[in-house]
Design a protein around this ligand. Sequence first.
Ligand SMILES: [Zn+2]
Length: 396
Amino acid sequence: MTEKIYHRDAYCRELTSPVTGKESCQGRWRLRLERTIFRPEGGGQPADGGTINGLPLLALEEDGDDIVHVVGNDPGGGDVALRLDFERRFDHMQQHTAQHLLSQVLVRCCGAATLSFAIGPEHSSIETDRPCFSEEETRTVENECMRRIFAALPVRVFASDDPSVLHLRKPAKIAGQIRVVEIAGLDQSACGGTHVGNSAEIGVLKIVRTERVRANVRLVYAAGWRALRDHQLKHDVAQQLQRLVTQPLAEIPGHVKALLRERDGLRREVKKALRREMEREVAAAVAAGDSLVVREFSGLDPSDLRFFATSLMKHGRHVLAFQRPPPALEPSGGGAYIVVGRGQGGFDLRGICARLFAILNGKGGGSANLIEGRGRDFSRSAEAIGLLREALNPGP
Ligand SMILES: [Zn+2]
């Protein structure tokens, strides 16, 4: 059995321990120790990190009452020196204690129970049994959490085998002796995680967003150093936005909304002007009289090319319209857009589709009278036009 020092002292960063078992397996070494400061993953809390005799800890596994420590090399004979990645551990302690606090405040303020908890790489989260929270409720919960953090409530861990004298927030999952984590005067939970010694060490607790999960709401929060990093990131973004739009912070959303509205209006105007230009192009092509109209465009959407082609088809003209390929097409990129339309006759364009796009080194498909796709090589475009002309206007 490995003695789990982190259960009674979450702040212990260094320890020496005798090795009680050692085996080599697929280039890795699995160590069993008399005692350890490394906590494996569990209860929503990720595993600890650190080193054993300077070797990075690769994995931690629970095997009954033993903890197996996996490292990449033989740590040598004699006792081993354990060094904890305390920055990572302290983050877990902050997030986990914040969860106890938040879960209790949610019960008191909103009657909401906590169903699950997880510490993610960026934020921590709890799933509640509530379908929604108003903004006002969320704000109240944050304020109530902060009040308890500022109150610097001692956090104590003790063992108990008598649930009748306890005030557990949730019934314990195991019978017999349980480990109780208590935030003085506020919360008692059966928990095997690591926690800070005083609520003040949580620093800050901020709910950063809410998400729907099944019929419930997941509250995503940042506590401790994570809350500061979150604030720093948002502060940087806010400052950059302020410099861009030269507006007071509170005015930025309204200003951005107005800019987006203006942009959408301009896009609509440009689209209209483009369509008018297209209609003139269509009229000129019809007047020119060639049964196959070949046109190269630049800077248009596929929908514009399609509009050009279908307009000419209504006048009984065949069309090959394509985007001018950019000077250096990525070999793996999609290529320039191509639309081919049949304005009259019964020829099925799908019959030459594969050959046409093979010449242009691309891919396409469509219906009997309209095919579209992309091409990456236009050096043989004359051959493609020839093929099309022959297919659509067969000689006598
Ligand atoms: Zn806990």
